[in-house]
Design a protein around this ligand. Sequence first.
Ligand code: LMR
Length: 329
Amino acid sequence: WIGFHTKMAEGTLPFDDDQKGIQDQVVIKFSHVVAENTPKGLAAQRFANRVNEKSNGQIKIEVIPNGGLYSDQEELEALQRGDVHMIAPATTKLSSFSPKWQVLDLPYAMPTSESIIEALNGDIGSTLLQSLEEKDMKGLTLWINGFKQITTNDGSVVHPDDLKGQNLRIMPSSVLENQFDQVGAKAVGLDFNDTYRLLESGELNGEENTISNIYSKKFFDVQSHLTISNHGFLGYAVIMNDEFWSNLTKKQQRIITEALDEASRWNQTQSFAMNDEQLALIERNSSIDIHYLTKEEKREWANRWEPVYRAFKNEIGDDLLSKMIQLRD
Ligand code: LMR
């Protein structure tokens, strides 16, 4: 364990006692891969501050952003080993543990912010979080980043065929690979924090991500075209190592849960606005060409991607898929 706290008997409330010193402080390392000025980065910091206040400094959440501790490909295994206590990977990255998570990656599955919030706060979200228990992970909550957009260096992307032959960076995911297969692009699952370099060097033509990630990692500096497609969802599962969670006292668990609820409420109300504000900054301060897909153009992409739903029907399961389609339609 990194920074594992002094062992305390289950049920005791060590920080009720003012005489207890720093030696009883619980240190929770929370690693994530994005910048601080993002929906995830800010929610993580708010959560850490609230835990600190609520526990009178007896629980310390150490947030390590920008992949400073682990890359996105490493962090899940590090959590399972217990080398880090807490992470918030993109839900996409959980599909290798449980294919059900792929339901959130289906293109145009959640076309509005309301449908995203409904999916995450409802049955779909709770089914997915519970599925982590089989993998010795404690799924605590779900956070939102926003809608994914497309950036490239090879002309304007308006119609699906405009992506033909392009090399794109995606998060490792069969759904996302299939999604870009359908339009003749070659998509490769790569580390988030390698993306800028690979775009800059020309090894990749483009990528898909939210405005918040495009802005904070400056992808707009190394891309010529941005298409506002809102074609996919990017959000996060906030997870703790199961054994670490079970070793916390009931009171510690309550403080963490309450602080997370507050951070999640903040995240759900602010994430879309943050993406909008950062899009306005990109528009104002960069020369990237921006195209907003029209309703008709979006329909063209959605029709082209309908086969993705059929391809993953069995892996996702009828129950979850039909709940998602109900939300979509
Ligand atoms: C990505 O890899 O593009 C995202 O998962 C990064 C993130 O955590 O938002």
